[in-house]
Design a protein. Structure first.
Length: 615
């Protein structure tokens, strides 16, 4: 038998490697933009057509390449950035693996035009499926332009796997932002088909964030700055009252490289401690700078995961830096600065290897989200008779093995029924107790039931909105003072897509220039809510549901409305409010679960309790 092992041709090896580096157009965008940064550019332009599926072009004014380098740049493991293993521990450039261009050229049609600063003439190379098609001298500007055409043209399975344009474009915008935020001294622009989505002038980090996320960020950002022996921290956190319900604006940059790190996220999130409403995420844009010796960025091909030598120390520093900022800007109540400051005098590595968490004095009753006029959660035009609904609810429950029954029904079978008995029953029926401002306990014949107040309210609101859609019967309350809502570019696009449906719910909104809408009216049911926050919540929740559930527009909007309007865990409810909530819940078509399928009610039987006590 002859030997069977042979080396793969370069084009195949490159295609395999490309699978790791280039998953979608956005990955190519990232690699090309990072190369432009490494080339020392001050202006970087990104152009995409059809969400990068047809064209991705990055034009920079960086150092450019010689003819030989231009040719070499497409070879695998060809890089100008490191030359020996030791260099791996001193990396300050974005790239160093020398595989991006080889990978991209294996799976697309690439045109490179480049000219070094001072050279008379540049070079143009066309390469396709790792094969050089042409190379010639050309007139071109100083710097480099890479055009990637028809990504995955030779791997139909990969191409078919790509998502629709709006999703792929969102990924591209994400990558673009991840490069643009930490490099605010560089000008960037992004063109998609015929529109310029971003035009970012060189400036400060704050200016950059405002240019990307909107001018409203001017008042939302709280600066964070701290220099310690092992890490320099700089950037901004978003004031807690603007926290989002979904993840999205959590940006860590390590030596200007975007990274994901749940451990450090926890450090920031916990610095916000009681300032955030439950189920909200802290938003932040934090640049960490460490000695490259102390990290390993080579554990992941796209370099978004990084290993730190001093992860615990960085955690502690980060947490205290954020706390200090929140305190200094009067956002957190009375922080004990002396205690915080002592952190900075800590030895780099404590003897026991364990960093103690700084303590913080807070007023446990402080709630920045408390408003003077709590929203009235009862939808106005749902006519429900308490008595009949309770009765309905119990007969319905007997059908569904949840055997609830009110005393009333039991008692009607009794012959003696004094007024006093009747009253006792009435008070029992309506006797509810709120547990930890989160759950409602209510007496039922066979034991007791526990209702999740937020989930229950979400169900009620959800069915209400769906009914509005069905019956076209929204009522709009005009705002005395129209408000404007400024959105990020992606959210604005989404809002446009949903505009008709949002109007059907009862919002009167009108597009108003770049990334802005004016709110002239709100659904009558939502009077008392802050309209901007409500719409923002709606969009946020819509995005989240969309990712998780992929349900249709209206249903998703109903979920989003329900989410952003619902009374939250933590809200104190009066007896009357609890009773109304229960009545409304049992008037729903599907009272037992939230729109997202989580239970709203659970029951405990007397037998279960008996068992616990009498072994
Ligand atoms: P890496 O960035 O890891 O070095 P790449 O495959 O991305 O690997 O690029 C290979 C080489 O091509 C780089 O090391 C650099 O010398 C050169 N190069 C790539 N893009 C540019 C550019 N925009 N301007 C100048 N040189 C570039
Ligand atoms: Mg590179």
């Amino acid at each position: 038998m002859s030997d069977i092992i042979h080396l793969l041709p370069d084009s195949v090896a490159n295609q395999i490697a490309a699978g790791e580096v280039v998953q979608r157009p956005a990955s190519a965008v990232k690699e090309l933009m990072e190369n432009a940064l490494d080339a020392g550019s001050t202006i970087i332009k990104l152009i995409v057509k059809d969400a990068g599926k047809t064209l991705i072009q990055v034009i920079d004014n960086g150092c450019g390449m010689s003819e030989t380098d231009a040719r070499m740049s497409f070879e695998r493991h060809a890089t100008s950035k490191i030359s020996k293993a030791a260099d791996l521990f001193a990396i300050r450039t974005m790239g160093f693996r020398g595989e991006a261009l080889a990978s991209i050229a294996a799976i697309a049609q690439v045109e490179l035009k480049t000219k070094r600063i001072g050279d008379e003439i540049g070079v143009k190379i066309n390469i396709e499926g790792s094969e050089i098609k042409s190379q010639e001298a050309c007139m071109t500007a100083e710097g480099t332009s890479f055009s990637i055409k028809n990504l995955f043209y030779n791997i139909p399975a990969r191409r078919n796997f790509l998502k629709n344009d709006s999703i792929e474009l969102r990924h591209i915008i994400d990558e673009f932002q991840r490069v643009a935020i930490p490099n605010s001294h560089i000008a960037f622009s992004l063109h998609s088909n015929t529109t310029e989505i971003f035009h970012l002038e060189a400036g400060s980090l704050k200016q950059r964030l405002m240019a990307i996320f909107g001018n409203s960020y001017n008042t939302r950002l709280v600066p964070v700055e701290e220099n310690t022996g092992i890490v320099k921290i700089k950037g901004f956190v978003i004031k807690p009252e603007f926290a989002k319900k979904t993840r999205g604006e959590q940006f860590f940059f390590l030596n200007k490289r975007f990274i994901k790190n749940p451990y450090l996220h926890h450090a920031v999130q916990s610095a916000f401690e009681q300032l955030l409403p439950t189920d909200s995420y802290a938003s932040y844009f934090l640049l960490l700078d460490v000695d490259p010796k102390t990290i390993d960025i080579n554990i992941h091909p796209t370099k978004t995961e990084v290993k730190f030598e001093d992860e615990k120390a960085i955690y502690a520093f980060l947490r205290s830096a954020v706390k200090k900022s929140l305190g200094q800007f009067n956002i957190a109540p009375s922080i004990d600065f002396n205690q915080e400051a002592s952190l900075y005098n800590m030895p780099l590595k404590p003897v026991d290897g364990v960093f103690k968490q700084p303590t913080i004095k807070v007023d446990p009753n402080f709630n920045p989200f408390k408003t003077d006029s709590p929203p009235n959660y009862t939808p106005s035009d749902r006519e429900l008779s308490n008595r009949s609904n309770w009765e309905k609810m119990y007969s319905r429950h007997t059908d569904n093995q949840l055997e609830f029954e009110i005393k009333k029904e039991e008692e009607t079978q009794q012959t003696i029924n004094t007024d006093w008995d009747h009253e006792l029953h009435e008070s029992n029926k309506k006797l509810t107790y709120q547990l930890h401002n989160k759950y409602i306990l209510s007496h039922i014949k066979t034991g007791f039931m526990v209702i999740d107040q937020q989930g229950a309210h979400e169900r009620i609101l959800y069915e209400g909105v769906l009914e509005t859609f069905e019956k076209h019967k929204s009522t709009t309350q005009q705002e005395l003072f129209p408000k404007t809502i400024e959105l990020t570019t992606t959210d604005f696009a989404l809002m446009k897509e949903l505009e008709n449906e949002i109007k059907e719910i009862g919002f009167d909104i009108v597009e108003f220039g770049k990334n802005t809408y004016v709110i002239h009216g709100v659904p009558a049911d939502t009077v008392g809510y802050e309209s901007v926050a409500l719409l923002e919540g709606l969009i946020e929740n819509y995005k989240q549901n969309f990712q998780e559930l992929k349900s249709n527009k209206r249903e998703n909007l109903a979920r989003g409305m329900a989410r952003s309007m619902s009374i939250k865990s933590g809200k104190v409810l009066s007896q009357e409010e609890m009773n109304n909530l229960i009545d409304e819940l049992f008037a729903c078509k599907m009272p037992y679960s939230t729109p997202n399928g989580k239970p709203t009610i659970t029951t405990f039987s007397i037998e279960e309790l008996d068992k616990r006590f009498r072994k």
